[in-house]
Design a protein around this ligand. Structure first.
Ligand code: A3P
Ligand code: MG
Ligand code: MG
Length: 385
């Protein structure tokens, strides 16, 4: 046999320094054609009440009720009721996947039924990735994100890959030191929802009540990215009874607030950064429209504009500094493949922590039990029955 030299890269594998697996996030690596993404379909829903208690129904769903179009614009005062009529959710409680697991536990029979009944087939859940829509949104925007890193904990259980976000030390520090004006700004986003939604179909909004951010309506959806079946849940702001396509998720409307824009520079930056996040959040669950309220420096909404999710990319298509939906989706697919190849052992107590900071690749570390294990025993036990 021909003897081998000691040229770099020619050493036997055992003598090479051990390379930790990692995943690069450079947009240029993911610019191929748009991958397959199955039309999302709703499998079910649940609600969280004023006390953040779970209910397996749509009681928290609200109804889109925009103001009558007038020449003056809406003039909603987003600061009204702050802080006296504000019940913010306790952000020190880390809920992880718990509410979604509750829904899964209650529907486990339907998810693994015979294929002619469930239309998913036996073993569908075992091959799926289960997570929150918000976690997938962060994955989609990663190639373009320059400010905030993330950590995702992953465990495999009965075949299914579960992904649950872990608050980074930086995010925790920011939350604990959030300045008063940012607290008020958060309130204003929820206050806008109150001005735009009624509790009953055909009803009118009641801005005199409290803003309680414990309350949430969540849709549970099924989709597939490339060869990765997905089951994820996301909070939905409201449903439009007059939507051209009245079934969920196409009847859903996402509400957003943003600063009034005057200069071209302000618009450019809105299309580059904010619209990317809006697109990722609504594209994943198939929510067709985002209704934006633009607020003036005094905190009043002065105008409304509907952004169809599927048209958002048009605003950056010819912008060199813009974003590309294919890059977002290809990166997400690559991450799912990377995670599936990393999390091989089926063990709800074993956790792989995927960490990412802007400018670097996604790295992985391995952990067992506390503090990273996130699949609760009540869930593991119920699913093992
Ligand atoms: P806006 O983003 O409309 O201002 P969502 O739009 O996802 O339904 O969220 C509703 C509101 O929650 C947001 O309103 C904002 O006020 C607050 N919010 C959501 N995500 C946030 C985040 N990462 N940081 C701060 N506030 C957030
Ligand atoms: Mg919302
Ligand atoms: Mg919203």
């Amino acid at each position: 046999m021909k003897s081998r030299g000691t040229k770099k890269g020619d050493e036997p594998l055992s003598k090479r320094p051990h390379l930790e697996p990692s995943l690069p996030t450079d947009p240029a690596l993911y610019s191929g054609p748009f991958p397959f993404y199955r039309l999302p379909s709703q499998l079910g829903c649940f609600s969280l009440d004023e006390q953040r208690q779970y209910h397996g129904d749509a009681r928290a769903l609200r109804y889109y009720s925009p103001p009558p179009t007038s020449s003056q614009g809406p003039n909603f005062d987003l600061r009204d009721g702050y802080p006296d009529r504000y019940q913010p959710r306790d952000e020190t409680v880390q809920e992880k996947l718990d509410h979604l697991l509750h829904w899964l536990m209650e529907h486990r029979g339907q998810l693994e039924g015979p294929s002619n009944f469930s239309l998913r087939g036996p073993g569908w859940l075992a091959g799926a990735t289960v997570t929150w829509r918000g976690h997938l949104t962060k994955l989609l925007t990663t190639p373009y994100e320059r400010q905030e890193g993330w950590q995702l904990a992953a465990s495999r259980f009965q075949g299914t890959l579960y992904l649950s976000e872990v608050e980074t030390p930086a995010a925790r520090a920011q939350r604990l030191s959030r300045p008063p004006h940012l607290r008020e700004l958060m309130y204003m986003g929820y206050k806008f929802e109150q001005y735009m939604c009624a509790d009953k179909p055909g009803g009118s909004p009641d801005p005199s009540g409290e803003v309680n951010t414990n309350v949430a309506f969540c849709s549970v959806l099924r989709s597939r990215l490339g060869n990765h079946p997905l089951l994820f849940s996301g909070e939905v702001d409201c449903t439009d009874s007059k939507a051209p396509s009245p079934e969920p998720p196409t009847c859903y409307v996402e509400l957003k607030t943003s600063k009034e824009m005057h200069s071209l520079g302000q618009k450019r930056s809105f299309y580059r950064y904010k619209l990317l996040k809006w697109w990722a959040q609504s594209f994943l669950p198939g929510v067709p429209n985002v209704v934006a309220g633009f607020r003036n420096p005094e905190g009043f909404i002065s105008s409304l504009k509907t952004f169809p999710t599927m048209k958002m990319f048009e605003y950056v298509r010819n912008d060199r500094e813009g974003w590309n939906p294919s890059v977002c989706m290809n990166f997400c697919a690559a991450f799912l493949t990377f995670a599936h190849n990393t999390v091989v052992q089926d063990d709800p107590r074993l956790v792989y922590l995927f960490s990412w900071e802007p400018g670097g690749p996604v790295t992985v570390s391995e952990h067992r039990d506390a503090p990273y294990a996130f699949l609760p025993t009540w869930y593991v036990d119920a699913m093992s029955q």
